[in-house]
Design a protein around this ligand. Structure first.
Ligand SMILES: [Zn+2]
Length: 52
């Protein structure tokens, strides 16, 4: 099953939607639910651009 922290890394910080895995080499994805741009940094996912 694995450590919950694994998939917690893949949740949108804003709306907790399960994000698609970023393309290899990509460091950010757009949340399919709320439209936020989520940047995957060393400290985990972070919203860098929030759609109103
Ligand atoms: Zn979201």
């Amino acid at each position: 099953m694995g450590d919950p922290a694994c998939w917690l890394d893949q949740l949108c910080p804003d709306c907790a939607a399960m994000l698609d895995a970023p393309e290899p080499g990509a460091i950010s994805v757009t949340c399919w639910r709320c439209g936020a741009t989520v940047h995957f940094g060393d400290e985990g996912p972070r919203v860098t651009n929030r759609k109103k």
